[in-house]
Ligand binder design. Structure first.
Ligand SMILES: [Mg+2]
Length: 117
């Protein structure tokens, strides 16, 4: 499965959700609503990252409990990915935009490390 497939699946779900919330099949309204809730999607993304951190318990230096199950951690990771893909769709990012931005940043990160960033 490729990024384009994931973006398409997420767009389909987001439009299904919008049609339920708005109680309409009007695509213009659905697309506008999706753009209008970008701030909420970014907050949801942040919340899902927190849930992933909670599942790993990576920051809980005060706790002697280990991480939750691998299945639970993967489930939270999937929640993060869902929200990230939803944000990408709201920003109208195409698969090639995501790949280009990722490769550019990846290269920049290596350069920063080489330069003592
Ligand atoms: Mg979650």
């Amino acid at each position: 499965m490729e990024i384009k497939d994931l973006l398409k699946m997420q767009k389909s779900f987001d439009r299904y959700l919008a049609s339920k919330v708005l109680e309409t099949q009007d695509m213009k309204s659905i697309v506008q609503w999706d753009r209008d809730i970008l701030d909420k999607k970014l907050l949801a993304l942040s919340a899902e990252v927190g849930e992933l951190a909670n599942a790993t318990k990576c920051f809980k230096y005060w706790s002697e409990q280990g991480p939750e199950s691998t299945e639970r951690i993967h489930d939270e990771f999937a929640d993060v990915l869902h929200m990230l893909l939803s944000v990408a769709n709201s920003l109208n990012m195409k698969p090639e935009d995501i790949e280009h931005a990722y490769i550019k940043k990846h290269s920049e990160n290596y350069k920063r490390q080489a330069e003592g960033y």
